[in-house]
Design a protein around this ligand. Structure first.
Ligand code: NAD
Length: 323
């Protein structure tokens, strides 16, 4: 069997396109969607996120503001700023830029963002709504991943669905969304005794562990202290022979790992003399696509859906709170 590839780029582009008209309607109604990203201090990684968020918002006509706070901003200072934005009628959505400085509790801050402006769907009130089958607004990656499943048209009701990973941001909400669609859900994680025994029975499989990247980061840390540290096993967490023939496989993971190693165990280098890196998921995509019925690639699967869902949440919340 050769699987149908789930084209996350195309599905996300369609969603993004459909938002443009809705944004124009809201603007005409005096309800311009306005996303404010709160960032504490400078960080190279978050600079890239901010640039991408701004571009994506502008593409659909959403106003985007970066609210930069000094890097010595503490928990109270950040909480105070969030409360001001909650009360600002010109701001319809708030996003918290990660990472936050040491000592600032991200979860507590997320719970201060008004549920009406919580475009990431991370406020406990919005998380709780998932129990009632409502994702309004829902956590972007989880909702986006489940949208990819829906796009296949396979029967979800009664299907055996397995979610690998039980994080608050991805694994747990995917499990709740699938229960809302009447799948029979098993969530497995690092403490599960025999992950393969669950995965092998999955008609629908979501994988969100980030195994290879975690191994690579750990190796990099340890090898600085001990040069004899053995190379880690960066193979895919889910090999093809673990997948039930015909299953739908949605790979959420994003692992940035070296492309390969030379005979001395040194990472291969790119033209600039730096480690040549690649982005892969948790599933052995090339082999798995010969077994699965539908499969999402990495990159080009869940990643673009996360951005599309953030934009959709921003438009939905602007409409809801200003109705
Ligand atoms: P996390 O580290 O918070 O959680 C990882 C989960 O995987 C945990 O529940 C852990 O128990 C489980 N796990 C780890 N190793 C395992 C193993 N060997 N066997 C079984 N379970 C294992 O990570 P997260 O934030 O949930 O992200 C998971 C992956 O999804 C990462 O690769 C991350 O980069 C990716 N991600 C992608 C997007 C996107 O937009 N596509 C968004 C968020 C996260």
């Amino acid at each position: 069997m050769t699987a149908q590839i789930i084209d996350g780029d195309a599905i996300a582009a369609k969603i993004v396109d459909s938002l443009k008209e809705r944004v124009e309607e809201l603007k005409a109604d005096g309800k311009e969607p306005h996303l404010t990203a709160v960032q504490v201090g400078e960080n190279p990684a978050s600079k890239i996120y901010v640039r991408n968020q701004k571009r994506s918002c502008e593409e659909v006509g959403i106003k985007y503001t970066l609210d930069e706070l000094p890097d010595d901003t503490d928990q109270n200072g950040l909480a105070g700023r969030i409360k001001e934005l909650n009360c600002d009628p010109t701001v319809s959505g708030i996003i918290l830029q990660m990472p936050l400085p040491k000592g600032v509790d991200a979860r507590r801050i997320q719970s201060i963002i008004s549920p009406l402006k919580d475009v990431e769907g991370m406020n406990p009130a919005n998380m709780g709504r998932l129990v009632y089958g409502e994702a309004k607004p829902g956590p972007c990656t989880a909702v986006g991943a489940v949208e990819l499943l829906k796009s296949t048209g396979v029967e979800i009701e009664g299907a055996n669905a397995v979610v690998v990973g039980h994080s608050e941001i991805v694994g747990k909400p995917i499990g709740l969304l699938l229960l809302g669609l009447n799948a029979t859900v098993s969530t497995v994680h690092i403490f599960t005794k025999d992950v393969a025994s669950y995965v092998k029975n999955a008609d629908i499989l979501f994988v969100a562990a980030g195994k290879a990247q975690a191994m690579w980061m750990r190796y990099r840390g340890e090898s600085k202290k001990n040069t004899e540290t053995p190379l880690p096993d960066l193979s895919a967490l889910i090999p093809a022979d673990m997948i039930k023939p015909g299953a739908v496989v949605i790979d959420v993971a994003i692992n940035r790992i070296p492309k390969g190693f030379d005979s001395d165990g040194q990472p291969l280098l790119n033209k600039k003399g730096k480690t040549a890196m690649q982005t892969v998921g948790d599933v052995d995509f090339e082999a798995a696509k010969e077994v699965a019925g539908h499969i999402s690639p990495v990159p080009g699967g869940v990643g673009p859906m996360t951005v599309a869902m953030l934009l959709k949440n921003t438009v939905d919340t602007a409409r809801e709170q200003r109705a």
